[in-house]
Write a protein that binds this ligand. Structure first.
Ligand SMILES: CCCCCCCCCCCCC/C=C/[C@@H](O)[C@H](COP(=O)(O)O)NC(=O)CCCCCCCCCCCCCCC
Ligand SMILES: Nc1ncnc2c1ncn2[C@@H]1O[C@H](COP(=O)(O)OP(=O)(O)O)[C@@H](O)[C@H]1O
Ligand SMILES: [Ca+2]
Length: 600
């Protein structure tokens, strides 16, 4: 018979019950061995959950309170998850449990006599176990909680013999060492001023202990100024010694990481970033995000929640999620990269206004959003784009980009083969033209948004473009034409409800590979300075068009939370240029007889 050194099956004691514990290459399982003497009395017996309700009454009260909170928040998705969790809770009944080896975080021996684990933590041991089964080891593993949150759980097994205990610990450690995708050494940048200015505290209290538990060593840099992390990554950091880089902050901080890493990779490979047509070289190091910012949309859209512990656990287990990156150029000069939102008009104006109100923290976006909504400016210009017609998926799909997304895999392969550009015609659109596969649209726009991913965030859990994909090599170009304030409000509100924000006459959406924007009153490059010329043009336009609503000539581009210095830009998508320590949003169980709230 073939020898399987990693396979163990032992009778171990767990909370005063005997369990058969086994381990193979993919799963650690423990199953209660029924004994006639043993009788579970009083409520639901649930020996595995370390942090959870201890009796049936407590459990029901806990679930009821959470459901109530969810109901108040109108968050149906979380309720469905709770129902499925409840199913597990009742059916598990304390008899069997399984944990994927890939989700084991650590294993350590327990010094039963002193009640101390070998990592120095103290724990009270049950009296009976210590007498009969004097050796013990603890396995820490990932447990799924509500709304895509992950938590670290512990389970402690007791053994009759020391040798058996050691064999278990050693075998599990071997299994973990064999997981080559896990990082061992990380470079961490903390923005102490992001979001509510809690970055350092979040890292020290919630993340560092988990990294220590998982034997991950770190070099930590607390940034001293904006672009500190970007410049350090681009020029100084000795990247060879790290398995990944991590930022603690918001989307702006993540953007710094992307710029540092992508620029460094291009420089090392002799690629000129200033050429818009240049094929960029993908980065090998993965980026982790510990959310501590204002919007946290990258984290929310790649993990499903902006929760520091969840993100830390995704880093520890060594997840990898490829992501598209847009390059933004102006007149053959590189400006910036974007991974989430490129927004002209509404989102550009919101950002420009909110920058002056940083002291308000994350609420600045709501304040400036309200103000910008009231000003109701529109902007004239020409958008030309190259539709992505040869790929799977459209922006109006009901399917969503989720962990293991088939569309991202399929289109990713297609892009690596340099798919040809396809020319299409659409006679229905009167103000559009076609030039060599490019489509040209002129008009007055309240907003021009390009979403390379859904841009889901706590403000809009389905995002700006709910069907956008993280790694399909395209961006969804959303054009919101001039309309009444009431209609624009309806459009905005639909971002927060199940209704389709694109199903409105003044909104169109295209899945594109490249696009360009030229404002109507575009000046030659030398004289185009938004801030200086803006006021002059504003009055000129108003003189020329007395009936207009006094909109200025230019807005600014919001590029992942940074203002771009030019309005005329050219954008290209680079498929799967970077990788994150994430796996995409995991599907939550859906009950067949009920509508899936995530799918509307
Ligand atoms: C009426 C409610 C309307 C809600 C509409 C919400 C749509 C939200 C989509 C947000 C997409 C966010 C994309 C991410 C951008 C970030 O890269 C970037 C930087 O993030 P960081 O500061 O964490 O570094 N964040 C941003 O640019 C912030 C954009 C946030 C826009 C919030 C807009 C709120 C609008 C409120 C309008 C209120 C109208 C009320 C009328 C009665
Ligand atoms: N030490 C620092 N001092 C000032 N600004 C910083 C520092 N470190 C990073 N930044 C900048 O702060 C901006 C906001 O950071 P971010 O972490 O995204 O928070 P938020 O989500 O609140 O905007 C980013 O543009 C980043 O470049
Ligand atoms: Ca994409």
């Amino acid at each position: 018979m073939e020898k399987q050194p990693r396979l163990l099956a032992s009778q171990l004691l767990l909370k005063n019950s005997l369990f058969e514990v086994s381990l193979n290459r993919v799963l650690l399982t423990w199953k209660e061995i029924p004994t006639k003497k043993k009788r579970v009395s009083g409520g639901i017996h649930h020996p595995f959950k370390v942090a959870g309700p201890r009796s049936a009454t407590a459990a029901l009260a806990w679930i009821a309170s959470l459901c109530r909170v969810n109901w108040m928040a109108h968050n149906l998705a979380s309720e469905f998850f709770f129902m499925s969790w409840l199913t597990f809770f009742i059916t598990s009944q304390g008899t069997s449990h399984g944990v994927s080896v890939s989700e084991i975080l650590a294993v350590r021996e327990l010094d039963v006599d002193s009640g101390r684990k070998d990592d120095g933590r103290w724990q009270k041991m049950p009296q009976k176990s210590t007498e009969a089964y004097p050796y013990a080891f603890t396995v820490s593993y990932v447990e799924r909680a509500w709304q895509h949150r992950w938590r670290c759980s512990d389970v402690t097994f007791h053994c009759l013999e020391g040798a058996l205990c050691q064999q278990w610990v050693q075998t599990i450690r071997e299994q973990l060492t064999a997981l080559t995708s896990r990082p061992k050494h990380l470079l961490v940048y903390i923005n102490p001023y992001g979001g509510k200015q809690q970055g350092e505290r979040i890292y020290e209290q919630k993340v560092a202990p988990l990294f220590t538990l998982a034997s991950i060593s770190t070099d930590v840099i607390v940034t001293e100024h904006a672009n500190h992390a970007r410049d350090h990554l681009r020029t100084e950091a000795e990247l060879k010694q790290y398995d990944g880089v991590v930022c603690v902050g918001g989307d702006g901080m993540f953007s710094e990481m992307v710029h540092g890493l992508v620029s460094r990779t291009q420089r090392d490979n002799g690629v000129d970033q200033n050429s818009p047509e240049e094929k960029l070289v993908p980065c090998t190091l993965r980026i982790g995000i510990i959310p501590a910012g204002s919007t946290d949309c990258i984290c929310y859209a790649t993990v499903g929640i902006n929760d520091p512990v969840t993100s830390a656990l995704h880093i520890i287990v060594g997840d990898a999620q490829p992501m598209d990156v847009c390059s933004v150029h102006h007149n053959n000069t590189f400006l910036r990269y974007s991974v989430s939102l490129l927004g002209y008009g509404f989102y550009g104006d919101v950002l420009a206004d909110s920058e002056r109100k940083r002291w308000m923290g994350p609420a600045r976006y709501d304040f400036s959003g309200f103000k910008t909504f009231l000003t109701h400016h529109y902007y004239e210009g020409t958008v030309s784009f190259l539709p992505a017609t040869d790929i799977l998926g459209t922006p109006r799909d009901k399917t969503r980009c989720r962990a293991g997304c088939f569309i991202c895999q399929h289109n990713g392969q297609l892009y690596s083969e340099d798919a040809p550009e396809i020319c299409e015609t659409d006679p229905d659109v009167s103000d559009s033209e076609y030039k060599g596969g490019w489509r040209v649209i002129r008009g007055k726009f309240l907003a021009i948004n390009a979403a390379s991913m859904s841009c889901a965030c706590p403000r809009s859990p389905k995002g700006l473009s709910p069907a956008a994909h993280l790694a399909d090599g395209t961006t969804d170009l959303i054009l919101v034409r001039k309309c009444s304030r009431f209609n624009f409000l309806r459009h905005l509100l639909r971002h927060t409800s199940k209704y389709d924000q694109f199903d409105m006459t003044f909104v169109e959406v295209h899945r594109v590979r490249r696009f360009r924007f030229t404002p109507r009153y575009c000046q030659s490059d030398s004289e185009l300075d938004l801030r200086e010329n803006g006021k002059r043009l504003f009055s000129q336009i108003c003189r020329d068009h007395p009936a207009c609503s006094c909109s200025p000539a230019y807005s600014s581009w919001n590029c992942d939370g940074e203002i771009l210095p030019h309005a005329a830009i050219e954008v290209g998508v680079h498929c799967q240029l970077i990788k994150l320590f994430a796996r995409g949003i995991e599907e939550q169980p859906v009950f067949e007889d009920l509508p899936n709230p995530c799918a509307v």
